[in-house]
Design a protein around this ligand. Structure first.
Ligand code: KIV
Ligand code: ZN
Length: 499
């Protein structure tokens, strides 16, 4: 028997963009839409056309791209909203009608008859203009069931193509969602969809319950973005459906991490390291027993292989590291360490860990080099660093760096002195190699204004991503040091063939 298909409507560009602080430019919307299309989502809710000129530009760019996914706009029950959507040449509208007494009385200040008329008139108008219509009941889980069904019935009589039930403020638990969707799927004659929010942390479980009870479409967002606590996380729902149930989606699981990163980059909403499926720690192991376990047999502490969702296993060195992980790492680099050397590396890592530090890749390598008697001098050395900033002055930095008897000088500007210094160093580094800065964060500041600042950066040379640290009382020096520590590491590893 073949698995039953469930369609995915991605609403990262509409509900996801309603995450406080997120506003995507038309080009960013297009880039994300292309990523979603490549991922294999069936429908993309590209935004709400009526919102602004920029929003219409973004949606229009997406519809002009000729993607495989259906492109829709959110609309209220207003002809003018449909007109805005039509202006953007969308395939479909997501027509949203509030159905709970609370929303009808307090928000719309209308009667149920008026709401019904609004739903049917707008659906008819959209259908007459050749649009696919998905009729959504907003606050459906708090709505009178009979009225909800009346609205759906009226919509089906008009000819809407799909019906969606919204758990707008997350007011049902998975059992209740199962009962509601079991009832509605008996009644609704077009594909039924679920739109769940995460106020109680059960959006994914609710979406799965809805599917099990007959929904054949669901709404979700990448990284679980969305209003308040967000929407059901797309990556979690699709993975759970494929791992635990006999349903299939068109989503390419291997593309999940890349799409998550794309959305994280454009929305600037960081993904928690502990986030399921796509979090940085989802397949990372530090504890000795766990690391030993996965190295011996990966399924001991990994429910699926990381590659399945585009991830890779990471062994983290720190306070909980065991000797087995150290031996394994040395072996994988072709390094032949004695028992004493392994013991010394083990102790040095524990020491750093006990000081509350994560051991970065560059620090790990420096410890190994030192213990194994390999004195590797810095390949890239800073000779001068000058930074100017102040009121009405564009923060500017210049750096002079020596690399293999050659001197490189670059200048950079930035939003602040640190940014300017990093930009100058980045330019120098790009001139030397293809190393790029991927992430930057100030890891720890303790004590007063003269306290040590820890900066940790993630760098990549296209083949490998490593992290490295710089520590100094001066945040600019700490930042530049973190960059150069990482650069030196990547260059040395390449020279030594240890990657
Ligand atoms: O959560 C919700 O009810 C919505 C609707 C506007 C579709 O996002
Ligand atoms: Zn929503």
């Amino acid at each position: 028997m073949t698995a039953e298909e469930v369609k995915v409507l991605d609403t990262t560009l509409r509900d996801g963009e309603q995450t406080p602080g997120v506003a995507l430019s038309p080009d960013e919307k297009l880039e994300i839409a292309k990523g979603l299309d490549e991922l294999g989502v069936d429908m993309i809710e590209a935004g709400s056309a009526v919102t602004s000129v920029g929003e219409r530009q973004g949606i229009s760019k997406i519809t002009a791209e000729g993607l495989d996914a259906e492109i829709s706009s959110y609309t209220r029950g207003l002809q003018s909203d449909i007109d805005s959507a039509l202006e953007c040449d969308v395939d479909a509208v997501h027509l949203v009608i509030p159905t709970s007494d609370l929303h009808i009385e307090k928000k719309l200040q209308k009667s149920k008859d008026e709401v019904m008329e609004m739903a049917t008139d707008t659906a008819r108008y959209a259908l007459d203009h050749g649009l696919t219509v998905e009729l959504s009941a907003e606050d459906a889980t708090r709505s009178d069931r009979n009225f909800l069904k009346e609205v759906f019935e009226a919509g089906m009589e008009e000819g809407v193509h799909r019906i969606c039930v919204c758990d707008t403020v997350s007011l049902m638990m998975p059992e209740q969602i199962f009962d509601l969707f079991s009832d509605l799927s008996e009644f609704v004659e077009v594909p039924l969809s679920a739109h769940c929010h995460d106020d109680f942390g059960v959006a994914v479980a609710n979406t799965i319950s809805a599917v099990r009870a007959g929904a054949r479409e669901f709404h979700a967002t990448i990284n679980g973005l969305g209003e308040r606590s967000g929407n059901a996380a797309l990556e979690e729902v699709v993975l759970a459906l494929s791992e635990f149930y006999d349903y299939r989606t068109n989503v390419d699981l291997k593309g999940l991490l890349e799409t998550s990163k794309l959305v994280e980059q454009h929305t600037a909403i960081p993904v928690s390291p502990t986030k399921a499926v796509i979090g940085a720690n989802a397949f990372a192991h530090e504890a000795g027993i766990h690391a030993h376990g996965v190295l011996t047999e990966s399924t001991t502490y990994e429910p699926i292989s990381p590659e399945k969702v585009g991830q890779e296993r990471r062994l983290i060195f720190g306070k909980h590291t065991g000797k087995h992980a150290i031996e394994n790492e040395l072996e994988s680099k072709g390094l032949d360490a004695s028992e004493d050397q392994i013991e010394e590396i083990f102790q040095r890592i524990k020491e750093l860990g006990d000081r509350g530090k994560l051991v970065t890749d560059a620090e790990w390598s420096a410890i190994v080099d030192e213990v194994m008697g390999r004195s590797l001098e810095d390949l890239v050395e800073i000779e001068e660093l000058t930074v100017t900033s102040g009121d009405n002055v564009t923060p500017t930095a210049s750096v002079k760096v020596r690399y293999e008897d050659k001197v490189f000088v670059e200048a950079g500007v930035g939003v602040g002195p640190v940014d300017a210094a990093i930009n100058a160093v980045r330019k120098v580094v790009e001139g030397i190699s293809n190393i790029n800065l991927q992430e930057y964060h100030v890891d720890a500041i303790s004590g007063g204004t003269d306290a040590m600042v820890d900066v940790v950066v993630k760098l990549t040379d296209g083949q490998r991503i490593i992290d490295s640290r710089g520590s100094n009382e001066d945040i600019i020096k700490a930042s530049v040091q973190a960059m150069l520590n990482g650069v030196n590491r990547l260059l040395w590893d390449k020279k030594l063939g240890e990657r």
